[in-house]
Design a protein around this ligand. Sequence first.
Ligand code: UT7
Length: 365
Amino acid sequence: MVLLKTIVIAYKKTNLAKLRYLQQKKNMYRSKITGLGKYVPENIVTNDDLSKLMDTNDAWIQERTGIKERRHIKKGDGNSTAIMGVKAAKIALERAKIDKNKIELIVFATLSPDYYFPGCGVQVQDLLELPTVPAIDVRNQCSGFVYALSIADQYIKTGMYQNILVIGSENHSGGLDMTTRGRSVSVIFGDGAGAVVVSRSENDSQGILSTHMHSEGVHAKELALIGPSTAHWVPQIIKENTTATDDDITYYPYMNGQFVFKNAVTRFSEVIMEGLLQNNLKKEDIDMLIPHQANLRISQFIQKKFGLEDNQVFNNIQHYGNTTAASIPIALTEAWEQGKIKKDDTVVLAAFGSGFTWASAVIKW
Ligand code: UT7
């Protein structure tokens, strides 16, 4: 009898949950970006500066990547991945005109966290002195910010949270091989952070229209940093070979540049198209495309393929290099600061990178 009663109660509860879910589904909320911020270290490193450390030159770097300079954290300047993220987040919060205590979730994207664990999200919770809100760390490299934005969007859509802080931040310079051996990778990457506040939209026709994510792990090692990892603990290496720590190239990022390039142009195009189709939009409806800043040649290829004008695509890789998870929020912030994104514009974010992972977001600003 007691068992039967328990089953009946459980059945009723399940149906209630189903009902609530269906009600929510009907009343799905829309999320929108209400504040943006960026932070880059003051230390500018030009291509000529790099040519003093390795066999490279300004002409090669500009011709192959479009990069003129990047920012690197300087020893003693007090920056780290989490700290730069906090600096960008403070600006985003101020611009969103929101009390930081209203933030209900932190989503932090990076491939260069301050610690192996825990991730930077909890550091942000502490440094910003937020209440004990949850913090999710996203490990999707160049697509990290769009993945993080997608996570935030889902939580707002379902009604679970109303205000979420999304951060992308990278400290690449501390982990690059600054010798000729590492030149094909090291000249590309830079440090910096970008952040956005994502909030429930009062207006259903405004905000994030859709997000799209993909991965293809068969290519994981084509752009990767293998050590340190659980397959490659530092103490083991030291035990086995005391000189290994400096010479072991698995401690530096590896990239099969041309292979990554070829995949990037294909996947960028696909995922942008996917976003447009989902929203019944055409190429000409794009007011601003913010591609992940991987290589100016990739952005130009995409621009040509989609027949977009210069004012429809935003690039700033020339000044910051590739800042991975930070590149889209930095570019989005700069485009917005320069008045290049206006109310009602259709903004498309698109990324591709290590994993491989790729993603896009379509936003009605
Ligand atoms: O953000 C994640 C996604 N990332 C990307 O999508 C990046 C995709 N790949 C690329 O952007 C390009 O492949 C690179 C910029 C990385 C390289 O450009 P590339 O045109 O593919 O050059 P390459 O690797 O084929 O190298 C051409 C030559 C080589 O010399 P040899 O073998 O022809 O004598 C390299 O050793 O350039 C040499 N090289 C350099 N020379 C001067 C490589 N790096 C450098 C350098 N300075 N920094």
